[in-house]
Design a protein around this ligand. Structure first.
Ligand SMILES: Nc1ncnc2c1ncn2[C@@H]1O[C@H](COP(=O)(O)OP(=O)(O)OP(=O)(O)O)[C@@H](O)[C@H]1O
Length: 599
């Protein structure tokens, strides 16, 4: 089953090791008709832009030849005006077509990126600042627009017409054509000098901007802490430093290319530098007719525009490789490897065998073995930092174990397709994220397609219906970014409602009642009992009294199973558990006394 990796299909893996052009073609090919039509119209447009020069040449030659018929000149003027109008019409059609196709491509790139994020190991996501990810998803994806919507049609159109004009010049008089190209080698040298090290300098500019983005996001996300701890000066300094570095990198990059770019821009299109002196010499020697001379001068003046346009896009060609590299860095990052299809699970019992894990170098879990029978309630308790949440995350498949295996229903979780595993396990944490959506939609995330009645039923069962109805807009109230408009306890209950709606056979509650007051704790405990009836439940709790009647309590200490058994057994057998229980009871008593005194 493993050979067929669902995760890479049609995304990162499919485009691995492709060149920038190959990558762009991969994304653009579904819209190739649009691009081909856009190139055709762009070429027609540029050709129509050249045609008036031809008309002018015909008129000048006729004047020299002594033609005196006004209708003759009027006709050529009309042709010239007509071509000029058609030029802009073609340009408009070409731009519309290329933008239509390009925005579809950009949206596809963003979709693939966002889908990819759901398949990446948490390690990759945590190590990447959110500002950088946002930068790639929004700004970088947008930058493809110049390459595809402008460079593809306009550059190809201008190159084609320049080539056609030069071929025509060769047909007219090969010496004039060569004279027109005399500046080409020098212009090419300037161009090569501009492009040498271009990608590196641009990448430096990109890296500094990513840093600026990451700092800006950090500054905004941490604004509460910055205010409370009066850190505004330091944090602001960090931000201004990042802003200055970003600005300097842009100036360095511009400075290093601008001289060569300006030289190339002035040398490349300087066709008259060769044509005028050589043409004069040939004309005076009698080997060049005045008609051919005039036609060569005027056409070569006409070709200057397309050449300059071509040159101006060379800069964008240099950038695109760097932009594609940034996008592919995410698309090609290795997925959490999971197979496709459906795995046959024999129930929902969980077995961990010799599981070891480290986020980085330091071992967090060391040869943990555990049996969690189907339909049982297992509590994970132990000192802070012992590895309880890490264990839960490994079962929820947010990370892969380094050693050992975790099986659900007898199947290694690495052999369970991600979608199936997500349907099987509901993981509720104390800081479950709420999207800036209505409360109804936030609960509905538990099961796409659930009816309003089902959403409300889950809300009632998790004890949040009453507080939701007390809000001005009830279920249609927006929760604010990250659930910022709600209290910690309210957010928690909504996340429990979400898990209820998901109806998964395995439920992991990671400190899910941490924010609740005693009154609500009872409501949540009742909700949790309904949520977990007949399911396999793993609950992580610091308040031991909330888990004392679990089927099994596992004490995790320093990444190992220190003891396991029922509450009664552990009180007898585990000195660590006994200490924790006594400390909990003492703290509880103090709280109760304080509450009584306050009352
Ligand atoms: N994303 C991470 N990257 C690196 N180290 C981490 C990460 N998450 C947790 N750790 C470390 O792993 C160890 C175990 O953390 P874990 O959250 O599993 O403990 P815990 O027993 O759940 O603690 P608590 O009861 O305080 O929630 C800690 O030393 C913690 O610092």
């Amino acid at each position: 089953m493993k050979e067929k990796q669902e995760n890479n299909a049609g995304s990162g893996g499919a485009i691995a090791a492709k060149s920038t052009v190959g990558w762009l073609l991969d994304f653009a090919s579904p819209h190739r008709r649009g691009y081909i039509a856009s190139v055709i119209f762009a070429t027609l447009g540029v050709a129509c832009g050249m045609a008036p020069y031809f008309c002018v040449a015909r008129m000048v030659i006729a004047l020299i030849q002594g033609v005196r018929e006004i209708p003759f000149y009027a006709a050529w003027c009309l042709w010239a005006a007509g071509f000029w109008v058609i030029r802009y019409l073609c340009h408009g059609v070409s731009t519309t077509l290329s933008h239509k196709a390009t925005f579809a491509v950009i949206s596809e790139v963003r979709l693939r990126l966002t889908k990819k994020l759901t398949r990446l190991p948490m390690g990759f996501l945590l190590d990447t600042p959110s500002g950088k990810l946002k930068n790639v998803l929004v700004e970088r994806a947008d930058s493809i627009e110049t390459a595809l919507a402008h460079v593809v049609p306009e550059m190809s159109g201008n190159v084609l017409v320049s080539l056609a004009t030069i071929i025509y010049l060769f047909a007219l008089d090969w010496r004039m054509a060569l004279a027109a190209l005399i500046t080409l080698p020098l212009g090419f040298l300037c161009y090569m000098a501009m492009m040498s090290g271009y990608e590196g300098r641009f990448m430096n500019y990109v890296a500094k901007n990513k840093q600026l983005n990451a700092t800006a996001v950090e500054y905004i996300n941490g604004i509460e802490v910055i205010k409370i701890f009066n850190q505004s000066a330091g944090s602001y300094d960090k931000f201004t430093r990042a802003a200055k570095e970003a600005a300097n990198s842009a100036i360095d990059w511009m400075r290093s290319t601008q001289t060569y770019f300006s030289l190339a821009m002035s040398v490349f299109p300087a066709v008259l530098v060769g044509i005028l002196p050589i043409g004069c010499l040939l004309y005076m020697a009698g080997s060049l007719s005045i008609e051919t001379f005039i036609m060569a001068i005027i056409l070569s003046l006409g070709v200057v525009g397309p050449l300059i346009t071509t040159m101006s896009y060379s800069d964008d060609m240099g950038k695109i490789a760097a932009i594609v590299a940034e996008i592919t860095e995410i698309l090609e990052a290795p997925d959490l490897e999971r197979p496709a299809g459906e795995a046959a699970l024999l129930g929902c019992g969980i077995i961990l065998q010799d599981v070891s894990f480290a986020y980085k170098e330091e071992t967090v879990l060391n040869k943990v073995s555990l049996d969690i029978p189907e339909g049982s309630v297992t509590a994970l308790v132990g000192p802070s930092g012992g590895g309880k949440s890490t264990l839960a995350k490994l079962i929820a498949s947010l990370w892969d174990t380094n050693e050992g295996t975790i099986t659900i229903g007898g199947t290694d979780i690495r052999n369970i397709p991600l979608r199936q595993l997500n349907d099987t396990v509901a993981y509720v944490t104390q800081d479950t994220y709420l999207f800036d959506e209505t409360i109804r939609e936030n609960i509905r995330m538990g099961r796409a397609g659930a009816t309003d009645a089902q959403v409300e039923e889950a809300a009632k069962a998790s004890g949040c219906h009453d507080f939701i109805m007390a809000l001005e807009n009830g279920y249609e109230t927006r929760t604010g970014s990250g659930g910022g408009h709600l209290s910690g306890g309210e957010k928690q209950r909504i996340s429990i409602a979400r898990a209820m709606l998901k109806n998964a056979p395995i439920v992991i509650l990671d400190e899910a009642t941490a924010y609740t007051d005693p009154e609500n704790e009872a409501v949540i405990q009742a909700a949790v009992s309904r949520l977990v009836a007949g399911r396999t439940l793993i609950v992580i709790a610091h308040r031991l009294s909330t888990v004392s009647d679990s089927d099994k309590i596992v004490v995790i200490d320093k990444g190992q199973v220190a003891a396991q058994g029922t509450h009664g057994e552990l009180l007898e057998q585990s000195p660590l558990y006994l200490r924790m229980w006594r400390a909990h009871i003492a703290a509880k008593d103090t709280k109760d006394i304080t509450a009584e005194v306050k009352a």
